[in-house]
Structure formats: C-alpha cells, structure tokens
Design a protein around this ligand. Structure first.
Ligand code: F6P
Length: 550
C-alpha cells in the first residue's frame, strides 16, 4: 500500500492484467500484426502540432494499448499532470512546484505558486533577455575596450549546459553566423582552454549559467575565465561588468562572485535544471538565434503542453510514448532505449535526453521512500543516423537485446543547404525508412535462401525482425519543431515517473560523488591522509600521485 492509500504498482489489477496479457501475447510478430490489419500503418499514428508519430511498429495490439491506458488511469497520471500544471509541489522530496510549463505560458496566463502569479515574472525575464540579446546582436553592447562582442561562451554544466548547447547545434542554421558561440562545462581545464584559446578577450562575453551558483565545475571554470579575461585586458576589474553575465536563481551568490545583479537573468526554484533551457538558461541560444526565433521555440513547447493537457488518453502522444516505454521496460525486460535522429543538427539531442530522462527517472525508491519492486528509467542512448548504422546498429538488428528505438526525421532539409546538398536528403531519409522497416520485419531464412545464400550462411544472414520503433516525422527542423520535440520527451518522462510513483524532479543520486570528490581532493593535491578511504581508492590515489610526479 502507498502512503496515499493506493495499492502498490505491481499489486494493482492493471499491472497484473498487463503481465498476463504479455504472457498470452507470447512472441507476437510484427509481420503477423501487419498482415492481419492492413490499416495498421495509418491507424497507429498520431499528430501533435507538426509531429507525425507512427507507433505501428510496436509489439502491441489494441488490447495492449487499452491495458496500458488502464494502468495510467489507475496510477492517476492525469491527476498528477493537472497538479503539475496547477503549480502544486509535486517534487515532494525538495518540496517544490514543477512548473517548466509556465516558462512558455502566454503573457495573460495565470499560474500561481503560493498565491503568486508567476507568469508576469517569466515574461519580464524573457523581455530582459530579449533586450540584452538585441543589444549584443546589434553591436550596441560592447566590451570593456569598446569592441563589439563577437564571441559568446556559456559556462555551465548539466541542465545549465546540455539544453542550450543542444539547441544551439539543432538551430545552427537560424543563428547569426558572425557570432562564435561555445559551451564550456567540464572541470577538465582542457575544455575552457580549447574554448577560448583563439578568442580575443575584448570581444568575448561569458555567460555563467548555474541555477544554484554553487556547482564546483561552473564556479571553477568561471573563475578561470575571469582570470583569462582580466589577464587579456590588462587587469582592470571593471572589465568584468561588460564581459560577464549570470543566469541563476541565486542573486546572493552571483553578487558574491562579482557579477553585478543587474547583469543577472533570473529563474526560479520551480524550474528543474534539466527542464530549464527555455528559461534564462537559454540566453546564449537567444543571442545566437534572436528573440523572435526563441519565442517561436517557446510556442512549439506550448503546442505540446496544450496537447498533453487536453488530448484524450487514446490520442495523447506523451502518454502513449511513456506507456510504450513501460511496456518494454516492465513487461519485456528491455534495459535501454535508443533515440536515433536522422539529422546531423540533432547530434546533441540524445545527450540532452540522457539527462532529462536518466536524472529524472533513475530512481529506486518510490515517493514514499520504499524500494520499488519494478524497473524504472531506461538507459537512454543513441547518435544520429546514418552514422550509427555503420557502428552499433548490427547489435540492434541481430544482437540478443531488445532495444526499443525512436527514429526522428524531417521531410525537408534545412533551407540553408545548397541544392546539391539538399538532394542528399532523400538518401538520408531512405535510410531512415529502411531501418525501421528492417528492424520490424527482418528477413526470414526462406527469403535468405531465395537469394541464393549458401545454407551455412543462412542463419547469419537472417534478421529476426520484431524490433520495436516509433517514427517521429516533422516537415522541417525549425525552432517551433524543436520546442515540440523537447516538450514531447519532457512529458513522456513525466508519464513514466507518474506510473512508477517516483519523484522525477529530484536528483539526490548526484550528491554522493560530489561530497567524495571534495573529500578526496586534498589527498591528490597535498597527499593528505583522508579518513575513511577504502583500500582500492587509497592505492589509486598513491599511484596517481606517483605518476603525477608528487
Ligand atoms: O549535479 C546535477 C545537477 O544538479 C543537475 O541537476 C543540474 O542541471 C546541474 O547539476 C547543474 O546545476 P547548476 O545549474 O545549479 O549549476
């Protein structure tokens, strides 16, 4: 029993019904499902904004989908969704509201946290960001020596890096190409070194992005960036005001670091780090693409927010995608989920989703603190096609693991490409369609024999098929479509966390490593005796010091 009086997930009749259904369905074959229902390819689809979502190549029947929806109803996914949109404190372990949806709410919306409407504050920050972005883009904002800003370096990590870095890559064709935009996250000094080595400090603006403004990697890199800047500009401390701005919820720490709070762009504790790149954390992106494009992206997010909020269960895309993940993770023992975008511009998309999904749903106790007795979030991985096809697709096609995958593609190439390069798009997309077809339907031994393969090679050339995929097809990669895609995944992750009864919005699991790093550092630098070091770490530290010449 849960604290709220509900039956634990794996003891609900809906869960048991799904387990039974899984047994009855046995080794259901996609070939058979398609043969039995010629309309399946069109029927098992949804449209959300600009996204066409095909889920026909999944190991499901109408009964499976009905049973999954019943599980969602039994776990009150929509109840929790409504509580989230209302601004209730559904992040219980941190006692916080979860309101990234307010970041893209229209100006006249009213969303209250503790009796205060947060929407005017959201738009005030967006307006401040837009004014600043315009000043940088037009050259009106100059550096300490009067030179125009030509380089933007975002210093942040996790949600304060992955979102803007991903979106900048995705929307490169919409960026001001005269600006150099870079992202520094790793505390490895090599990251900052490579980011600034060819830049003129007089033309460089650092955006220090940190929700808490206490994250050691970011503060270390920002401090080094400050030294680099001051060294390059002759040491005048006044230079900092023209070359450093901050994105944070923590004005006190920002001031303590030496950044004028007038140059701070605020957000709030009800925005999780991994849900934050449409907040002030997106400033580097806004400078790169301009405020209008940024707002188009927010409109895209909003399309899917509205859909998630209003579409009935049968036609609700985030609900469906979340439930399909549960079907494989909990009833087929799938351990991972691949996201395979067929767009070079989406090269960082899966890395972004890794934090969104794995930091949210990588949990092993439920909301009441009891160990879960069911699998939670999958390992999320993947890189753009067609590159992956020549690397790890072999394992997806013929390995021993079940790997559900999302294929994301676009009908039109990015407008900026030259005509000959645009012509390559059909080849890219031919691969996109071919892969999901091969994964679903495979190649039987009979088909291999019919091609004249020698008998001993038949097993090697046979493809079992039955590998489930979702295909997401959009007309073109635009800011709005990016917003739609991100919101789709945000809400999918939400659905899964709701069903699993876990807190998808905390991240206590990253704390221990941080504490231990702090403790072990003096052992590396000063050779200090650190209490409680285990024998393995002790020996490793000693070897490190020896190799380091200490
Ligand atoms: O260590 C994990 C984490 O707390 C993430 O959740 C967050 O996105 C990242 O660190 C960066 O945190 P901050 O924006 O406070 O620097």
């Amino acid at each position: 029993m849960n604290a709220d009086g509900r039956t634990r997930l794996n003891q609900t009749p809906e869960w048991t019904a799904l387990a039974k259904h899984r047994e009855e369905l046995g080794e259901v074959r996609l070939r058979e499902l398609f043969a039995a229902d010629p309309g399946r390819g069109a029927a098992y689809t949804l449209r959300v904004g600009d996204l066409y979502v095909d889920y026909s190549k999944h190991l499901v029947t109408d009964d499976t989908l009905r049973l999954l929806r019943e599980l969602a109803a039994a776990t009150d996914v929509f109840g929790l969704r409504d509580a989230m949109f209302r601004g209730e404190r559904i992040n219980t372990t941190e006692d916080r509201a979860v309101l990234h949806t307010a970041l893209r709410a229209p100006r006249d919306a009213v969303i209250e946290v503790d009796g205060e409407n947060v929407v005017p504050g959201v738009h005030a920050v967006l307006d401040k960001m837009a004014a600043f972005a315009d000043r940088v883009r037009s050259g009106e904002w100059t550096g300490h020596t009067g030179k125009r800003i030509r380089n933007i370096v975002n210093v942040g990590i996790g949600g304060s890096d992955l979102g803007p870095a991903m979106a900048y890559e995705v929307l490169r064709a919409f960026t001001d190409r005269s600006l150099t935009v870079r992202f520094v996250s790793n505390v490895d000094g090599a990251d900052l070194h490579e980011a600034v080595r060819d830049l003129d400090p007089a033309e460089t603006l650092f955006i220090v992005a940190s929700k808490t403004f206490t994250t050691i990697e970011t503060i270390t890199n920002a401090t080094s960036a400050r030294s680099w800047l001051l060294k390059g500009l002759g040491g005048d401390e006044k230079a900092v005001a023209k070359h450093f701005v901050a994105l944070s919820t923590n004005a006190e720490k920002v001031a303590g670091f030496g950044i004028d709070v007038d140059n701070m762009f605020e957000f709030w504790d009800w925005v999780g780090g991994r849900y934050s790149y449409d907040s002030a954390i997106g400033l580097s992106l806004m400078i790169a693409i301009g405020p209008d494009r940024f707002r188009e992206m927010l409109d895209g997010f909003r399309i899917v927010d509205e859909h998630f909020r209003n579409a009935p269960a049968e036609a609700n895309a985030p609900l469906l995608l979340g439930l399909l993940g549960i079907w494989y993770g909990n009833f087929h023992d799938a351990q991972s989920h691949a996201v395979l975008p067929y767009s070079h511009y989406l090269s960082k998309f899966t890395a972004y989703l890794q934090q969104l999904d794995m930091e949210s749903n990588g949990k092993s106790v439920d909301r009441d603190g009891k160990p879960v007795e069911w699998q939670t979030g999958p390992v999320v991985w993947g890189t753009p096609g067609t590159n992956g096809q020549h690397a790890y697709y072999q394992l997806i096609h013929q390995g021993t693991k079940l790997i559900p995958a999302d294929f994301i593609g676009f009908a039109r190439p990015v407008a900026e490409l030259s005509e000959p390069l645009k012509a390559q798009h059909d080849l890219l997309m031919a691969n996109f369609f071919a892969q999901t077809q091969a994964l679903a339907f495979g190649k039987t031994p009979e088909e291999v024999r019919a091609e004249g393969a020698p008998e001993e090679l038949v097993p090697h050339k046979t493809f079992q098929g039955n590998h489930p995929t979702t295909t997401i097809l959009a007309p073109e990669l635009t800011p709005s479509v990016l917003g739609q895609l991100v919101a789709l995944y945000e809400h999918k992750v939400f659905v899964q966390g709701a069903v699993w009864n876990i807190d998808s919005f905390d991240q206590w699991g990253v704390e221990l490593g941080k504490v231990l790093a702090k403790r072990v550092e003096p052992a590396l630098t000063e050779g200090a005796e650190v209490e409680g070091l285990d024998a393995s770490t002790k020996a490793l530290v000693a070897t490190y010091r020896e190799l380091r010449g200490r």
